[in-house]
Design a protein around this ligand. Structure first.
Ligand SMILES: CC(=O)SCCNC(=O)CCNC(=O)[C@H](O)C(C)(C)COP(=O)(O)OP(=O)(O)OC[C@H]1O[C@@H](n2cnc3c(N)ncnc32)[C@H](O)[C@@H]1OP(=O)(O)O
Ligand SMILES: CC(C)C(=O)C(=O)O
Length: 795
């Protein structure tokens, strides 16, 4: 066993100071200290591989960028690299006029002279000399009495004073003198004061303001709790003479892990300046961390006069120059410090962001400051150049709040509370099963596949292809629709894909959602009803979209009972579309892998779903999404054809019947298009067509003009038939995507002519496809003409 049962036989406790009237505990930290970065000296000397000149240069630039005005750049007598770096900075004029460089030297004349040699030509220099003053060092390292220790400091201060005067005269250098009674915290307090008094006297130049002498009182080794350091600083500050001519500087090391606290309490005790390193590099456990100290002030609403707006750049420079990582839990800078994995933290942060957004909106309107008040986050990550992306990360310890926050942040979807609970279980199950953190990508992918949003890759068994919701019942000439639709409410008329097969479905209800549910009940025996519905917009202005969330339950169940429900999400440019998509999404979750009724044709006279089913067959076979009036027209034809077979007709017969009825891709018609050109004429409103057609086997060149391309073609055909032809309905849609896309055109012409002295009118439909949309329209017109209008070639 290594640790002693009674450590008091080996370790002595520190000796507390008797300060009956100590003041610092009732002080508040509200003053920004003078910062000195010793990254390039104390930080550097603690590295296994001290920095190269290039690394020191990069680090120096970063310290300037952060706003440091005092930087200890080297121990010039230590190495050619340190000496050379100081020379390079000076010779290359890389030190801004308002920045003091500081150089460290021991109390040895040869090394002091070497140190001065390094700073020739510099504008502002702090010469920093140290010698250890504690009993242990006096006896063990120097073998000196107290008097000899004072003498060492005073003698070398004298050398420094002489050289400083010489260099000021020769180079115009402005000097400050810093003296460190090294191991101050282990030195008798009265002796520390005594030696500093002697040094002050020998320096002889201490004055107020810029002329103050700096007494740097290091916790070379941190040996006591932070309050003890504060006591020592208060003692020093109240016992040294000419306090106004002195800068009391701190140099805390972190051996007990309390350097930050020690520095803060010591500032309360009167210190003016702090030496440290960014992220706490330095001998052993490091110097006090200046980022930590500065940001502690910042979160109290005090600007520290150091800028860590791009904290990652500081981390990078430290990684690169010190070859040391910054701990993931490091205050303010660690990779995980703005991250919550646990459910209750995430929940509080999510709520915090929501409430804060409202609070900030109010404060903004009133012109009041936007105060940061966030559970678990003492600082806004944005202020340090970080984003909120990593604030919430999800694993098996997480709850619904955090997951909902990520879905909201990354997909813009604000799930209703009950849905959050359901989706949380989905994520929890994956996280538990795979025993790992769920990344944002995992969560958004799981959301998309659970609710079938995000494009065709996430489609469920059912997906909505196209739809129309109407308020009024659309009256048809033959009033064929009355078989399907009642006279009031909302009507859903759409095409969905069911396990890859297209189905044309229709229904009606009080609103669009119930109309769709009615259609699903009629055509697919899916009998569900809405228990909860919520919607919101995503984004603003032209880019705005609607998001809808719906929970479905089995039809006939009590909405208030805790019965099973299925959630769905829909996003669309319009609110009706998003609601319908949400229903389809929820239906997908409700049906699971249950078998759905297949498309069965029933075209008898009493058929309820016949029109839509026939349209479904054509859609699946030919990819033609028939306009509503054409569905009606074709259904009549199908019914007549199937009369002989008592309403029974197979898919192939039906498809062929469609082709021959509308001339769709039929080759041998009395009117065939060979070629044509269509041009704009006049000021652009008119179209002119010139083409070669085959009429009754004879190739003929024809030409004509009209308001549009279809009427131009009809006018060109005028000489070849009796009566008139006008366009009654035209529609088109694309088939496929990308380079293989085609256009399908549907046209209904009204053919009027006199027969036996009577005016007769017939509606004639034609359908065709082509790669070129204007060609498909012309071909559809020609099909309608060829099938219904007797053509003749005039002599
Ligand atoms: C708490 C601190 O961080 S203090 C700063 C510490 N930083 C460094 O030491 C880095 C740079 N140091 C060096 O490069 C070398 O130590 C040098 C160039 C300064 C001196 O090197 P060397 O002459 O080889 O001596 P060494 O490194 O062994 O130092 C020990 C000697 O210096 C003396 N010494 C130690 N500190 C001081 C001081 N502040 N003033 C005067 N002498 C000192 C020791 O008593 C010892 O003397 P001795 O040889 O007579 O017994
Ligand atoms: C040189 C002094 C200030 C020092 O680095 C220390 O005591 O830690």
């Amino acid at each position: 066993m290594c640790m002693l049962a009674d450590p008091s036989i080996k370790y002595r406790p520190y000796t507390p100071l008797q300060l009956p009237d100590r003041q610092w505990p009732s002080k508040t930290l509200n003053k920004v200290p003078i910062w000195l970065s010793t990254d390039l000296r104390d930080g550097n000397q603690a590295l296994a591989n001290p920095m190269t000149i290039e690394q020191k240069n990069a680090f120096f630039d970063k310290l300037l960028a952060c706003g440091f005005k005092e930087i200890e750049i080297a121990y010039p007598a230590a190495s050619d690299t340190d000496f050379g770096f100081v020379r390079e900075l000076i010779e290359n004029k890389r030190i801004p006029d308002d920045v003091w460089i500081q150089v460290l030297t021991p109390a040895r004349e040869d090394l002091i002279r070497r140190t001065f040699a390094s700073i020739q030509g510099a504008k502002k220099v702090i010469i920093h000399m140290y010698n250890a003053t504690s009993p242990l060092f006096r006896t063990v390292v120097f073998n000196n009495t107290k008097e000899q220790t004072v003498d060492l400091a005073v003698k070398h201060t004298k050398v420094i004073r002489q050289l400083a005067d010489e260099y000021s005269a020769k180079y115009g250098t402005q000097f400050k003198y810093e003296y460190s009674p090294e191991t101050f915290t282990q030195t008798e307090p009265e002796f520390a004061v005594e030696i500093c008094e002697a040094v002050k006297q020998m320096w002889g130049k201490a004055g107020p303001g810029e002329d103050r002498i700096i007494f740097n009182l290091p916790a070379t080794v941190e040996i006591a709790p932070p309050n003890h350091y504060a006591d020592q600083i208060e003692y020093f500050g109240t016992h040294i003479t000419e306090r106004e001519k002195i800068v009391i500087s701190l140099h805390p090391h972190n051996d007990r892990g309390t350097a930050t606290a020690a520095a803060e309490l010591a500032c309360m005790a009167g210190a003016d300046r702090i030496e440290g390193c960014i992220f706490g590099n330095g001998e052993r456990t490091g110097n006090v961390d200046l980022v930590n100290l500065a940001l502690n002030l910042y979160t109290q609403g005090i600007h520290p006069k150091l800028d860590f707006s791009d904290i990652q750049a500081c981390i990078d420079i430290v990684n690169q120059c010190n070859d040391l990582p910054v701990h993931p839990r490091h205050p303010y800078a660690g990779e995980l410090v703005f991250t919550a994995f646990s459910g209750s933290h995430q929940d509080a942060i999510k709520k915090g962001f929501e409430v804060q957004a409202q609070r900030h909106a109010l404060a903004k309107a009133k012109g009041e400051p936007l105060i940061w008040e966030m559970p678990y986050l003492p600082i806004d990550p944005h202020d340090l150049g970080c984003n909120y992306e990593a604030v919430i990360r999800v694993n098996s310890q997480s709850g619904k709040g955090g997951i909902a926050y990520l879905v909201k942040t990354h997909l813009g979807l604000d799930m209703p509370r009950k849905m959050q609970v359901v989706f949380y279980q989905v994520i929890q199950e994956i996280s538990d099963r795979e025993a790992r953190e769920m990344t944002v990508t995992d969560i958004t992918a799981a959301f998309r596949s659970t609710y079938h949003v995000g494009g065709p890759n996430y489609d469920g068994r059912l997906s909505l292809r196209s739809f129309k919701v109407t308020e009024e019942h659309v009256a048809e000439p033959a009033d064929q629709l009355s078989e399907d639709l009642p006279a009031e409410g909302r009507y859903f008329d759409g095409t969905i894909s069911v396990d890859g097969v297209y189905r044309v479905i229709r229904g009606n209800g009080n609103g669009p959602l119930s109309a769709l549910l009615d259609a699903l009940r009629t055509y697919l025996s899916i009998d569900l009803t809405v228990r909860e519905y919520v919607e919101h917009t995503i984004g603003e202005g032209k880019e705005a979209k609607a998001a809808s969330y719906v929970e479905l339950i089995k039809a006939g169940q009590n909405h208030k009972e805790r019965t099973e429900g299925w959630w769905g999400v829909g996003i669309d440019t319009d609110i009706a579309g998003s609601g319908l998509r949400a229903v389809i999404s929820a239906v997908n979750n409700a049906i699971g892998d249950r078998q759905l009724p297949e498309l069965k044709l029933s075209v008898g006279l009493k058929s309820h779903s016949g029109q839509a089913d026939v349209a479904s067959v054509i859609l699946n076979a030919l990819l033609l999404d028939l306009p509503r009036r054409l569905q009606v027209h074709f259904f009549e034809i199908v019914q007549r054809t199937a009369q002989a077979t008592e309403g029974s007709i197979d898919y192939d017969t039906l498809t062929n019947l469609f082709k021959t009825t509308y001339g769709f891709t039929v080759q041998e018609l009395p009117l065939i298009l060979k070629s044509f050109t269509m041009e704009h004429v006049g000021s652009g409103e008119l179209r002119s067509v010139v083409g070669t057609f085959v009429i009754n086997g004879q190739t003929i060149k024809i030409s004509g003009e009209g308001n549009g391309s279809l009427s131009a073609v009809l006018n060109a055909l005028d000489p070849y038939f009796e009566g008139t032809l006008t366009v009654r309905e035209y529609s088109e849609h694309s088939i496929g995507v990308g380079s293989g896309v085609k256009a399908a055109s549907y046209v209904e012409l009204l053919y009027a002519r006199e027969e036996n002295g009577e005016l007769k009118r017939t509606g004639c439909w034609g359908v065709d496809i082509d790669e070129d949309i204007s060609v498909s329209g012309v071909k559809a017109v020609l099909n309608a003409v060829a099938l219904h209008v007797p053509l003749r070639i005039p002599k």
